[in-house]
Design a protein around this ligand. Sequence first.
Ligand code: AHR
Length: 666
Amino acid sequence: MQHQFNKLYSKRVIIAIAAVLILSSNSFAQQKKTFIIKANQPAATIQPTMWGVFFEDINLGADGGIYAELIKNRSFEFFKPLMGWRVDQKPFVEGAVTVQNRQGANLPNPRFLRVQLNNAAKGNLSMTNEGFRGMGIKKDLRYDFSVMYRTAGNIKLHVELLNAKNQVIGNSVVDATATGDAWKKLAKSFQSTDTAQKGQCRIWFEGTGTIDLDMISLFPEDTWKKRPGGMRADMIQMLADMKPGFIRFPGGCIVEGFDLSNRYQWKKTIGPIEERQLIMNRWNIEFPHRSAPDYFQTFGLGFFEYFQLCDDIGAEALPILNCGMACQFNSAELVPLDQLDPYIQDALDLIEFANGDVTTTWGKKRAEMGHAAPFNLKFLGVGNENWGPQYIERLKIFQKAIKEKYPNIKIVASSGTGPDGDRFELLNTELRKMNTDLIDEHYYRSPEWFFSSVRRYDNYPRTGSKVFAGEYASHVDKTNGAQRNTWLAAISEAAFMTGLERNADVVSMASYAPLFSHIDGWQWAPDMIWVDNLRSYGSPTYYVQKLFSLNKGSKVVPLTLNNDVVAGQDSLYASSVIDAATNELVIKIVNASNKEQATVLSVEGVKKLVAQGKLTVLQGSSLTVVNSFDQPTQVSPKESTIAIKTKKIDYTAAPYSFSVLRIKLQ
Ligand code: AHR
């Protein structure tokens, strides 16, 4: 009897469960959202420059970052000439080490160090450089040491790499033979025997006499393309992997400078490195809570290296130059209109440096640096985050002069510091009247702003000036440093970027900012890529940027839900493009909700789809998850295939996910 009851009971339970399942699957089916994709209605053209990167020497981005020099203050030109160096003497001899100055007018590198030795041997006199928050040293790698010196004696320099325990992990002896009054460059390479995350470099002296020293330098062998004195390969590789359409350079606020003397001057960043005049990096003093008194710009990564980098990775160069105004948050110094000529000449000369043939003054200098072929510069920015009538006045003069001489160069103009308000409205109106090629909009805003601004460009003018979303990042509250690079920040950027893509006829270029950040030396967060002295990892934002860039396509095609664009309905965002090069339809879907969302992707206007598509999903386990040195790929793309049976594709977007589907058209 009991057995019968159990049987009956379990039968009823099964029927009930089945009924619930059928009902719920019906309601699930009803909830499916059908996205209509009109694959045969190509609309806006996506510019090859659509997704690029913004590079600024902030957060130790260049010196201490991508520029692979390991010696800090190599030429003793910091405000404190021995900053970064520790001199040890036993016994102490007053005046044995002095900072000297060549005293000439306008010398780019006036200081040097004079060391007087009296029968020096190990332990008597040494100088140790601490590097940029330590030196990253790799086991069994070649290190290239060099120094400029002059001496009347014969002195040996013992060069040692040290680990954090002060143990020697690589060394060499450099013979500084007598030079008389002339300066000579000595170079010596040697292997390291161990790895150190926070190493140092010590030089101790042997011999008697006086030796003058300058440009003391140490580079690892494994720079990008193994170029001597080059850039950190791991960092460049991360950029190259993104295939960016352009590189904006050198900023950012460092274009403007704290005052005009502190502005970026490209002509001082080319030629022999010992002739490149160092300046204080304005991020040195910008934020008292993140001050960096040892942050200077040596310009070892200067304009030649920048153009070369663009060339290397197939990105267009987009230099931004000073417009005759210093940072308006700081000194706001203005160059009077009748004294603007040298600034305009700098702009014209930069174009000649990039594009002029080798018979021109500046083209010749480019050729002398090793690149006879032109770099084919197409864009030039005038001013960064400058605003007000003073900016418009100056820009007009620049625009006229540049267009007269180089009508094909596209000019990028600033729309101030934010995407709305009186400051923005004035500039946006005036720049459109001037028919400026590209208007540079900046938005450092909350994730909510990014989600809710996805329709920002839907009603922008379709003709006239184009938009360059030149600096943007989603800023979450209550976190700091690398912790700000949450999945919430990244997914809100992805949602917003579907709106940029949808409006590719309005938006021609976009770049997240800032790009790099050193974990021990940042001033500004969030940032796209985090590094320490040896390692680098991409934040979730990096992967969002990379996925958009690698799946850029060539034409936007309409994607709608109930005759509307997909811009936040139930926290869904989507866009689609055709990639003419591969004949693929590329669909991007952001599900910013905490639940799965079932969709039907109904592809219209094509005969057939190839049976297998490629799916890439970027997903965070929660909105607060971040990547880190310990878990560098916690949020990173996962690739798989997707079976395609008909032109109505069932696709369920996972919670908090960004999906990219590539489907071959037949
Ligand atoms: O990206 C950091 C800074 O933000 C840039 O230097 C400046 O243009 C903006 O204010």
